[in-house]
Design a protein around this ligand. Structure first.
Ligand SMILES: C[S@@+](CC[C@H](N)C(=O)[O-])C[C@H]1O[C@@H](n2cnc3c(N)ncnc32)[C@H](O)[C@@H]1O
Length: 373
């Protein structure tokens, strides 16, 4: 957990470094001529090397967008018998790779499917919600996309696998998770400290919270904030609420909301931080634009938007072997649109300032921006 302390004219970055329970201090400008000191717990300080991850030479991978290679893959995928074969293959690769990496995919899924999770649906589902058309596509090898219990039960294992794939050199899934989520949170905190002119993150919205993994990380990092996780899948939210109920109670409980992040119905200027983590690569460009505009509308002046997702500049993603990118594209219908979207321009056009982007792990960038004061 990070503790913020305003100070004037501190000139040194100090720290005692390592060991459980030790703390490290980083200084950062507070936008008013002084400095903030960010005290980080050892786990934060031990997070990876933000900014030290390698970029490739291209603007985006050759297998995305309108290149001949991308079109060839698209044509292969649109051939129905091959699509069904790829879909099955992608699923099998996912599960077996996860289990080889000590992620007990089938056990985790069974545990959820055999639990009382179903009871949560009633209290969470907004029956009058109209789903955007793109959300009703087959997705991630599920014919009904994210709108099933199976997708919800498998989501946490799938998230762990994504994290493991991003950091294959980490010594364990836990360490990979600590680095990926630690770097993302650190990028958010540093941006907010530098540009918000206020220390307070009082209200946080996690758009596309899925089963609540990112939401719980945000709530742990900012324990005095009121955190809301919002998602279009009531099944995912039911799992999120079920898991949170089974965990140690928090001083400020997380709220869960079944809504479309493009049009949340939440009041203007009601959040200090809006996070959209690993959502945009699943959306067509029109939804990306709407999500960014809606974030701008609900953020307070000085508030921070944090996007994290696949980085078009990632060297690893640019050099992905054909089998892997073909499998990936077969289960992610909007990947090309995502890679073709100029994210920085989208944020600028929505009104955001101080737009910054950094590789927070070898595959993903975190883009942060501020609503002008
Ligand atoms: C890969 S998951 C996000 C994972 C999570 N944020 C994390 O970091 O672990 C993407 C989520 O975005 C949600 N989603 C997609 N479009 C959305 C929209 N327009 N509004 C709200 N949620 C959306 C999906 O239902 C899915 O749960």
């Amino acid at each position: 957990m990070a503790v913020l302390a305003p100070i004037q004219n501190l000139s040194a970055i100090s720290g005692n470094g390592n060991g459980v329970g030790s703390r490290r201090r980083l200084r950062t400008r507070n936008g008013k001529g002084g400095w903030w000191v960010v005290q980080m717990a050892a786990s934060d300080a031990a997070a990876g090397q933000i900014g030290a991850y390698e970029e490739g030479k291209l603007v985006r991978p050759k297998w995305t967008g309108q290149t001949p290679l991308s079109r060839l893959v698209g044509a292969l995928i649109s051939f129905k018998p091959l699509y069904s074969f790829l879909k099955l293959g992608a699923r099998q690769v996912l599960i077996s790779t996860a289990e080889k990496n000590n992620i007990p995919w089938r056990e985790m899924t069974k545990e959820i499917l055999e639990s009382d999770v179903y009871k949560e649906l009633e209290s969470i589902q907004n029956r009058s919600l109209v789903y955007p058309d793109y959300y009703l596509n087959p997705f991630h090898a599920y014919d009904e996309g994210n709108l099933t219990w199976l997708a919800a039960a498998e989501a946490e294992a799938a998230t762990m696998s994504m994290v493991r794939r991003a950091l294959p050199d980490a010594s364990s899934v836990d360490e990979a998770n600590q680095i990926l989520r630690g770097n993302w949170l650190q990028a958010i905190e540093q941006h907010h400290l530098q540009y918000s002119g206020t220390s307070m993150i009082g209200d946080i919205l996690d758009i596309g919270c899925s089963v609540g993994v990112s939401t719980r990380h945000l709530a742990d990092k900012f324990p005095t904030a009121k955190v809301t996780g919002l998602d279009l899948s009531p099944y995912f939210l039911a799992v999120a609420q079920y898991k949170e109920k089974k965990s140690a109670p928090r001083k400020i409980p997380i709220s869960w909301m079944h809504a479309n992040g493009e049009d949340t119905g939440l009041p203007y200027k009601s959040f200090d931080l809006v996070s959209i983590a690993f959502v945009l690569h699943e959306c067509p460009e029109r939804a990306i634009v709407n999500l960014v505009r809606e974030a701008f509308r609900i953020l307070r002046p000085g508030g921070t938007l944090a996007l994290t997702d696949n980085s078009p500049k990632s060297k690893i993603l640019q050099e992905l072997p054909p089998v892997l990118f073909t499998l990936m594209k077969s289960t992610e219908p909007f990947l090309d649109e995502y890679y073709l979207t100029d994210m920085e321009a989208t944020l600028r056009e929505a009104g955001f300032a101080n737009i910054r982007s950094i590789l927070t792990d070898p595959r993903h960038m975190t883009m942060t921006a501020t609503v002008p004061q």
